[in-house]
Design a protein around this ligand. Sequence first.
Ligand SMILES: Cc1cc2nc3c(=O)[nH]c(=O)nc-3n(C[C@H](O)[C@H](O)[C@H](O)COP(=O)(O)OP(=O)(O)OC[C@H]3O[C@@H](n4cnc5c(N)ncnc54)[C@H](O)[C@@H]3O)c2cc1C
Length: 75
Amino acid sequence: MTQTDLNTDNSSPSAEVLVLGEYSHISLFASGDDYDALFEPVDDVLFFAGEATSSEYPGTAHGAYLTGVAAVGEM
Ligand SMILES: Cc1cc2nc3c(=O)[nH]c(=O)nc-3n(C[C@H](O)[C@H](O)[C@H](O)COP(=O)(O)OP(=O)(O)OC[C@H]3O[C@@H](n4cnc5c(N)ncnc54)[C@H](O)[C@@H]3O)c2cc1C
């Protein structure tokens, strides 16, 4: 996976008063596997969650929540 496979917009729309948020999007050649790769912990010490780690419900609040629950379950 490269940095461009799975991106959030670096223009930081969270600071844009008419948007107030953002979520991930994948490039043409990426797949759900890239979301799963972002979920993988590092050395069982550093854990990740959030919509960008959810291959099942990317870009959604419930995807973010469920990956948080799953990450806690892996600790
Ligand atoms: C306009 C819009 C409408 C949407 N509508 C829906 C909808 O109807 N239904 C739905 O399910 N989802 C919707 N979504 C998507 C949903 O809001 C997101 O999927 C969800 O908020 C993602 O949660 P998250 O915890 O992964 O990330 P976020 O909610 O983005 O949380 C990430 C947090 O990390 C903080 N942060 C970033 N960088 C740093 C740093 N370096 N240090 C410390 N903190 C940092 C940010 O400030 C932010 O608070 C919408 C999104 C947008 C933008």
